[in-house]
Design a protein around this ligand. Structure first.
Ligand code: AMP
Ligand code: MG
Length: 343
């Protein structure tokens, strides 16, 4: 990829980053309808397509290198668009390299452990991208808004008094730093939805029969706690956006834009990791050369010594002819060379 493209991805991602140490107030600091310089959904589709292709390429290298792992944490209010974002953003990557885990109300077994246990069990392997659909951040979001959840966690008395949230922020930051130091990169995305757009999406679930299954009266009850969630998420963003694992607040009122922005943020992390295909050692190369000689010597009468090489050459000639034709067509249409491919 060109450095120009990399720079542009980095600039774009920066638009959404929560500066470590800054004090965030969601309603004041982030606009759920922001769409940067992407004017229309149509332009967005093209951008997303390119982003998805880019992710596929980087994921292949991440897997081959087998050194770094990536953990995407997706948080949002109900109807924020987490599922659709996962579906679209990851649509081009090799399913073997990706895992998705959703976290719901904790089970009895999970409550019998420390609060990070169930998340630690689902961390990515090296070379893998894992997506948390809800994450350990529920432990300072829903658990904070409904403290009865904390009561269920069976904490000893000395661990649940005042200061429990500040302590959890610190523990989460420490844990994430540990992961980062060991080659696991976190990409934390908060899909920022407006109250009015949430109302519309809930109504959609009631209006369309094929969406009815998504409706839950529990969501309506949670909506009553809107301000408390905004406050809890603002606190979370203020305390856990760190140098090693910053938060990205993605405007989520337009689904198509949320998907582009999420793809950009993930792509930026991968660009920074810059995974490379492993190169083979000199000894292995010698070995390969010997194997090649053996295979060439086994060509039956009349067959090409290396049929694959011939196929490759044919393919290259065909591609070149296509490029030349395309070039001629573009010149005829008056499109200047410099404009093509510019993001
Ligand atoms: P959904 O993602 O719509 O299937 O809903 C999952 C539910 O699990 C949501 O209502 C979350 O608030 C809830 N949930 C997720 N993690 C926790 C947690 N650690 N403690 C309590 N509730 C949780
Ligand atoms: Mg739900």
């Amino acid at each position: 990829m060109s450095t120009k493209q990399e720079k542009r991805i980095a600039e774009y991602a920066r638009l959404f980053r929560v500066k470590p140490g800054s004090k965030v107030k969601l309603g004041r600091d982030f606009d759920p309808r922001f769409k940067a310089d992407v004017a229309r959904k149509k332009d967005g589709a093209e951008l997303l397509g390119r982003g998805i292709a880019l992710l596929a390429d980087y994921q292949a290298r991440l897997a081959a290198q087998d050194t770094y792992g990536v953990l995407v944490c997706l948080q949002a209010l109900d109807a924020g668009g987490k599922d659709g974002t996962i579906r679209h953003v990851m649509s081009g990557v090799n399913p073997q390299g990706v895992a998705v885990h959703g976290f719901k109300v904790p089970s009895a077994e999970e409550l019998d452990h420390d609060f990070l246990w169930r998340y630690a069990r689902r961390l990515p392997q090296r070379g893998q991208i894992t997506i948390f659909n809800r994450s350990h951040y529920e432990e300072v979001a829903v658990v904070r808004v409904h403290p009865e959840n904390l009561d269920r966690q069976k904490l000893p008395a000395e661990s649940k008094g005042a200061g429990v949230w500040a302590r959890r922020y610190r523990e989460i930051n420490d844990w994430e730093r540990y992961l980062t130091d060991n080659g696991f990169r976190l990409v934390k995305i908060f899909l920022n939805l407006s109250r009015e757009e949430q109302r519309t999406r809930f109504l959609k679930r009631l209006d369309l029969p094929e969406k009815n299954w998504k409706f839950s009266s529990h969501d309506i009850a949670e909506r009553e706690r809107w301000d408390d969630y905004q406050e809890a998420f603002s606190e979370m963003l203020s305390h856990t956006s760190t140098r090693w694992a910053p938060w990205y607040v993605i405007p989520a009122d337009r689904k198509w834009f949320a998907r582009i922005a999420s793809a950009v943020v993930l792509a930026n992390a991968l660009v920074e990791i810059d995974p490379r295909y492993p190169t083979v050692s000199r000894a292995a190369r010698k070995d390969m050369a010997r194997a090649r000689e053996v295979l060439l010597s086994q060509a039956p009468d009349g067959a090409a010594a290396d049929p694959f090489e011939e196929r490759l050459a044919r393919r290259r000639r065909k591609a070149k002819r296509r490029d030349d034709a395309h070039e001629t067509g573009l010149v005829a249409a008056g499109v200047s060379d410099g404009k093509r491919g510019a993001p």
